[in-house]
Design a binder for this molecule. Structure first.
Ligand SMILES: Nc1ncnc2c1ncn2[C@@H]1O[C@H](COP(=O)(O)OP(=O)(O)O)[C@@H](O)[C@H]1O
Ligand SMILES: [Mg+2]
Length: 253
């Protein structure tokens, strides 16, 4: 029995004349914290969207475990164990932090967004939400409306909603973007802790220092292609990886 939880097979996706993802075959192993890095426009977000079904490939396939899910909706991929956070946080603004997470927990329990709208607020979902908020060290904000949260906590809320779906693989698209160094370090520590709990994580991240600290394996993308795959400390020393970052400015290196 293979321990590949998520896999892409020769994925390609173009937008107009721009080839965003060019023949990308990657696999995510159970238990790893896979870092996905590359310069702006390298295709990182598009890969996450193809894996999660937000966008469809022009060609190539996506597998969850042994199953071809290329034609399945995001919702159905979530039911098969994927969850993602977005580069721009997307909470439900009319609901409190606790309600946001409980709603997601209800979705996992009832396996349907519509059903969970009617069930949310029930004890079990609220209990699950409380456990997750405690795990992310933000129980003190449970009653807050999302609009009142500092960015660091909005990011945690986004993560809490994803965790409430009880995923096998959590995909994070630039969770540290916009955070200062201290907030980044705290969130990165949380990501490490979730992985240590056994959660498999794919982390797209611009903050190279933090990726190098947290990732167990690193994939480097450039112009839609995988140019390196290996242990983080070894991969960043490769000349082709250094070249890909030149011209991106020292802030990315
Ligand atoms: N919806 C879209 N429409 C047009 N072009 C897009 C779209 N999404 C991504 N692209 C283009 O595809 C390339 C890869 O983008 P993206 O996957 O967002 O890269 P990254 O996340 O690595 O910065 C870029 O050139 C970007 O402009
Ligand atoms: Mg992106």
């Amino acid at each position: 029995m293979s321990d590949v939880l998520l896999r892409s097979d020769h994925l390609c996706r173009a937008f107009g004349g721009v080839v965003a993802v060019d023949d990308v075959s990657i696999s995510v192993q159970r238990g790893e914290l896979l870092g996905l890095i590359g310069p702006n426009g390298a295709g990182k977000t598009t890969i996450i969207r193809l894996l999660t079904g937000i966008q469809r490939p022009d060609s190539g396939k996506v597998f969850i475990g042994p199953d071809d899910v290329t034609r399945l909706s995001t919702d159905r991929r979530v039911r098969r164990g994927l969850a993602l956070t977005h580069q721009i946080v997307q909470p439900l603004h009319g609901l409190s932090v606790l309600e946001n997470v409980a709603l997601a927990a209800g979705q996992a329990a009832t396996r349907s967004a519509i059903a969970s709208l009617f069930h949310y607020g029930r004890g079990r979902e609220v209990d699950a939400a409380n456990v997750i908020l405690t795990r992310l060290d933000m129980l003190a904000y449970a009653g807050n409306m999302p609009d009142t949260l500092p960015l660091g906590y909005l990011k945690r809320l986004e993560m809490a909603r994803a965790l409430a779906l009880n995923p096998d693989v959590l995909l994070l698209d630039e969770p540290l973007a916009g955070l200062n160094q201290r907030e980044s370090a705290i969130l990165a520590d949380l990501i490490i802790a979730l992985n240590a709990d056994g959660l498999t994580i794919v982390l797209v991240e611009h903050n190279l220092a933090e990726v190098l600290r947290v990732a167990t394996r690193l994939l480097v993308l450039d112009a839609g292609r995988v140019i390196a795959d290996g242990s983080p400390s070894e991969v960043v020393r490769r000349p082709e990886v250094r070249d890909a970052y030149i011209g991106q400015g020292a802030s990315n290196a």
